[in-house]
Every structure is written in C-alpha cells, then in structure tokens.
Ligand binder design. Structure first.
Ligand code: MF3
Ligand code: CO
Length: 355
C-alpha cells in the first residue's frame, strides 16, 4: 500500500513529502502535504535537524527510527490502521462495560494470544548484545505478516513501529530504533497481535548478556509480582485488589510501582474496560466475572515511581533515570479461576533470572 498513513507536520492532513534534510540526517520521518506547508513549518521544523530536545533522565539515548512498515492488503486490520484513531475503542470507553465473550470468540482470542506468545518467544531469542531493537521490530512485523496477522501497535495513535521495546530506564512504549543492545541492559519487549478481529497482548523483560545482581533482582521481583497477582484472580475478586497484591509484594523489597499505566481489557479491542491499576489503594471499580478477558502488566521501578516522557511523545522513562522492569499476561476468568492465555510454552526460552 502507498504511504498514506502519514500526517503533515504542518497541518495534519495526509502527507507524502519527506523533509530532505531529515532523510540525509536519518532523523525520524517528518512528512509534509505540500511545499507550501513545508516552507511555513520550516522555522520550527529545522530545530529538529540541530538539537536533540529530549529531557533525558538517565544514560539511554534515542537512536534513529526508520520509516513505518506496511502490512499487505489481504490481512485484516484494526480500525486505526489507516488513520491512527481507534474509533471503536473511543466509542466503547463511553459505556465502560466489561465485555463478555462467546465460546467461539474466546477460541479466537486464545489463538491471538497464542500467536502473541510465540512471537514474544522469537523476540526473546534475539535479545542479545549487538542486536538493535529495530531488528527485533522487523522480526515481529514479519512474524505477524507470515501468520496473516496485524501487529497491533502499528499506527495505534500513530505509534510508528510494530512492537514496543523498552530498555533500562524506559518504563514502557519504547520505540524500536538503531541502538544495538548492550551487555548489561534489560530490554522489555511488548508484543500485541491482531488476528481476524481479536487482539492478544503480552510482554517480558529480558536480560541482555551479563546483568548485575541488583537489576536481575528487580526483574525477578516484577515477574513474581505479576504471577502472584494472577494467582488471586477468580470470579468475585475485585479489580482493585490486584494493586494491593502487587504493591505489597514489591514495596517491602524497596521497589516502587508505576501509577500512570494500567492493565486493561483486551479482545475485540486493544484496550477497553476493565482498567487494572497496579498500585495499592487504587479506587478502580469492577469485580472479576467468568468470561472477562484482561491484562495485568506491572511496571516496577528501582527508584521513584514517577514517570516522565521523551519528546517523541511515546517513550515513558523513570524520572530519576533508574531501571524499570515489566511483565504482562492476557488472561480469561473461568468458572473457578483464571486461564493465562499468553502462558509460556514448553518451547519458550527459559527466563534467565529464574536460574
Ligand atoms: N502493548 C501495550 C500494552 O500492553 C500498548 C502499546 S500501545 C502502542 O497495553 F501504541 F505503543 F503500541
Ligand atoms: Co497491555
């Protein structure tokens, strides 16, 4: 398909012209609808050629972000794939009801979650020193296309890549770029896949090469917090209890819980009710019922729980630049408990920190 996903930096209309200086400097894509709009935007736009405006909080620096990839015509796409606007999600948000699915739909969601797991395992096998997050993005994108699926992050509110890769102090929503992973990094890969009308969503934090014990402990604790929270899930459990369980698990070990991002309903929509905060004392509503499908995805920090973000509009980082880890599963509430839809498989590469 032609590049009609792009919006003019000047006026927001559909755009196909790229700034030649940005191309030469290999900067993130800037598009314009016309020479006229380009000229009108120039005084502001040219700043992008000279300065890195980011308010970095730690040691990580952004790399170069390549052009957006496309998905073949024959693959079924979510409503935002062209416009960047998830209209169906915005409509559903108004009613705030937790969807309940038929058995047929649950089988579809199971399949999307299974693809998500297999793709996350592929990303895991790549997370080694020297590999760029862009290479992981390409592998995720190609996995989706090979399976006739759509990578849910692609163009979701204009997100420019097919997966989120969040390194070190990045809390979530990191954009894959040209930076090679380094020995001692931690890298979260958050895979979401849309197959024939249904999304799956899961993430894990991988240790890149030799990681120091302190950081390894943060990653391990985050994983244990997620699994402990999942163990409590069953019909009748209040969604607000999840935050108490997670905080009570990680805070005595000296870690903090990010408040700005929550778990969410997933299925027909990428993000819908319920909202599942991960911190104690939250006032979220709702009770788990058979047929609910949602994620839990705690982001746990070494230092402050406060978040900040880069000027790319996406990358969420810790305010003190210290490490942040995350794990996520999609799950279904059953008659008696919970079914983890993105559960690890016998073939999944083992989590290094469990040794
Ligand atoms: N996959 C994320 C989640 O777990 C959402 C990413 S939104 C994106 O909810 F636009 F950054 F992809
Ligand atoms: Co999620």
């Amino acid at each position: 398909m032609e590049a009609n996903n792009y919006q003019c930096e000047g006026c927001g209309k559909q755009a196909k012209l790229r700034c030649p200086s940005c191309i030469k400097l290999e900067l993130p894509d800037s598009y314009f609808c016309s020479q006229d709009c380009f000229k009108k935007s120039w005084v502001i736009h040219k700043i992008k050629h000279t300065v890195d405006n980011n308010n970095y909080t730690g040691n990580l620096r952004k790399g170069k972000v390549s052009a957006m990839r496309t998905v073949p015509e024959h693959i079924e796409k979510p409503d935002y794939s062209e416009t960047g606007v998830p209209v169906s999600e915005q409509t559903a948000r108004a009613q705030r009801e937790i969807p309940v699915y038929s058995q047929e739909e649950l089988d579809q969601i199971r399949y999307s979650c299974r693809l998500t797991r297999e793709c996350l395992d592929l990303a895991h096998s790549m997370a080694k020193p020297g590999v760029t997050t862009e290479e992981i993005d390409i592998a995720v994108h190609e996995f989706c296309v090979e399976h006739n699926a759509y990578p849910s992050p692609l163009n979701y509110y204009n997100f420019p890549k097919s997966v989120c890769t969040s390194v070190n102090e990045v809390i979530c929503h990191g954009i894959p770029d040209s930076r090679p992973l380094e020995n001692g990094d931690i890298c979260n890969v958050d895979v979401s896949i849309y197959y024939k009308g249904y999304h799956g969503d899961a993430n894990e934090t991988f240790l890149v090469g030799e990681v120091d014990d302190q950081t390894k402990n943060l990653v391990k604790t985050t994983y244990e917090a997620l699994m402990t929270a999942i163990d409590s899930c069953k019909p009748g459990q209040k969604y607000r209890e999840i935050g108490n369980i997670i905080s009570n698990y990680v805070e005595p070990k000296g870690y903090s819980v990010v408040k700005s991002y929550t778990g969410h309903g997933v299925g027909r929509l990428f993000h819908c009710a319920p909202s599942v905060p991960h911190y104690k004392g939250n006032k979220t509503g709702g009770v788990m019922r058979e047929g609910h499908v949602f994620t839990i995805e705690p982001m746990i920090n070494m230092g402050t729980w406060r978040d900040d973000h880069w000027d790319d509009g996406w990358t969420s980082v810790t305010q003190d630049g210290k490490m942040s880890a995350q794990f996520e599963h999609s799950m279904l509430i059953t008659e008696t408990g919970v079914e983890v839809l993105t559960a690890r498989l016998p073939t999944s590469p083992p989590l290094e920190f469990l040794n």
